[in-house]
Design a protein around this ligand. Structure first.
Ligand SMILES: Cc1ncc(COP(=O)(O)O)c(C=O)c1O
Length: 461
């Protein structure tokens, strides 16, 4: 579901024409639809309402401050995996009690700042326009993150030591590696035994014995939560069911040993509509997951979810202009101004993004988004970028309507892990980002300039 559709052969986002946006703001351009984000959050919350989950949006999917403010206004907390993301969420107005801090390699400085504002780099923040007294006051008052999702014994030791030094109490959930296959790309599978994430169930019991609510360390570190994240995107409910069943057995065992389990975080991973009809509805996920977790909720356990992709992927597109077309080795290439620098998912994960011209004759209006489009007059092309790598492509052997230099292409479902993974490779400036609300479009991130890139490396006078 999203608010990008064709009207008389012209792609529009909510009430604004994609071509008009590209003409006004240039390309490559990320365009987001606020209504799509709102609708995804509402639908997800409705589907899982029986669990009253704390929805902590995964900032890594897309951390633009304006999108975080929108998500915060919709009642979302945030799941962060670095101090940078934590401060980003805080600057967007999210208070610490709504932030969970995950990540397999949190540094000691990151842990310090997550526990005490005295160590926050944002003490130097001027908000862009000089000193901001309101922000400084908010920062001075901020406490600790609501929960660390810890991934190893050594990390728990560091959190406990730092909390003791600072004289505060940290809360942690333990990330469990349930050895469950999420059947997704090898690089985005995180819940199998040979992945770097979490600890095994056996280790979990020993760590609760050491750091749990009945342990001696509990004055400065309370380990009373369980966390799991299996990978992404997950197109079936079975992996969730298998992992949660294992968590339930562990929770029972921990209780039997006298440990409190106050929260269970089931991570993210819910899919997005990259192809029409491939993704389960939220109700389908919920029908499998809710009955398993309801008994915990009835005992007062807080359920946490960390969705990223499913909320923002379909809410964003990447607009790119065709620069050249050419034939090589029996293939047709469409060379665009955006490639792996702007959207790396096809190159890195062999990910599929539906691509179509922003303006087409009426008979070529797509009614579905599929890898194989069944329409007359399409030709297979490789859609490639300007980067000096043969792996720099947005699509390969993709059947498209005819395009020419100057044509505008839309890369759909690019709102998640698009801009947040974009780079300056080949000294390509980062794209601009625009947020559409109804018939209004506002720039939410200026296009990076070459001067801006070089300034960061220039010696200070
Ligand atoms: C710990 C954790 N939680 C949540 C997410 C968000 O996943 P998704 O965007 O697929 O919902 C990720 C993604 O990598 C993650 O590592």
């Amino acid at each position: 579901m999203d608010h990008f559709r064709y009207q008389n052969g012209e792609l529009v986002c909510e009430g604004v024409s994609a071509t008009a946006l590209a003409d006004r703001f240039g390309t490559p351009l990320y365009v987001y639809s606020a209504a799509t984000i709102r609708e995804h959050v509402t639908r997800l919350r409705t589907a899982f309402a029986a669990l009253s989950p704390k929805i902590c949006y995964a900032v890594k999917a897309n951390g633009n401050l304006h999108l975080l403010r929108l998500l915060s206004s919709l009642g979302c907390g945030m799941d962060v995996v670095s101090l940078g993301e934590l401060e980003r969420a805080f600057v967007a107005g999210v208070e610490m009690d709504r932030i969970v801090f995950a990540g397999v390699g949190k540094g000691e400085q990151e842990i310090r700042a997550a526990l005490s504002p005295v160590h926050s780099p944002m003490r130097d923040w001027r908000g862009g326009d000089g000193p901001d007294a309101a922000f400084a006051a908010r920062l001075a008052k901020r406490g600790s993150v609501s929960c660390f999702n810890a991934e190893s014994e050594q990390e728990l030791e560091v959190i406990a030591r730092v909390a003791e030094e600072l004289g505060v109490t940290a809360r942690a959930a333990l990330r469990i590696n349930p050895d469950v296959d999420a059947y997704t790309h090898a690089y985005t599978t995180t819940g199998k035994a040979d992945n770097k994430f979490g600890v095994t169930i056996d280790r979990a019991i020993a760590l609760f014995d050491r750091f749990g609510s009945r342990s001696r360390s509990a004055r400065h570190l309370v380990l009373d939560g369980l966390h799991v994240h299996l990978g992404s995107p997950i197109y079936t409910t079975e992996p969730y069911v298998a992992a949660i069943r294992k968590l339930l057995v562990l929770e029972h065992e921990l209780r039997a040993r006298g440990h409190a389990v106050r929260s269970v975080d089931i991570g993210g991973g819910f899919a997005a509509d990259y192809e029409t009809g491939k993704t389960p509805a939220y109700d389908t996920y919920a029908a499998a997951i809710v009955p398993l977790l309801l008994p915990l909720v009835e005992r007062g356990v807080q359920i946490v979810m960390e969705p990223g992709r499913t909320i923002v992927a379909n809410a964003g597109v990447l607009l790119t202009r065709v620069r050249y077309t050419k034939h090589n080795g029996g293939k047709h290439f469409v060379v665009c101004d955006a490639g792996m620098n702007a959207l790396i998912r096809p190159a890195l994960y062999e990910a599929f993004h539906f691509i179509w011209p922003a303006r087409v004759p009426a008979e070529l209006t797509p009614t579905e988004r599929r890898s194989e489009m069944n329409m007359p007059g399409l030709n297979p092309v490789d859609v490639v970028g300007p980067i000096c790598e043969s792996g720099d492509f947005l699509a390969q052997a993709r059947k498209l309507p005819r395009v020419d230099p100057g044509s505008l292409l839309c890369v759909f479902s690019a709102g998640a892990y698009g801009m947040s993974m974009a780079s300056n490779y080949n000294d390509q400036p980062l794209p601009a980002e625009v947020l559409v609300e109804g018939d209004r479009a506002s720039v939410i991130r200026e296009r990076q300039t070459i001067v801006g890139i070089l300034e960061a490396e220039s010696p200070r006078r």
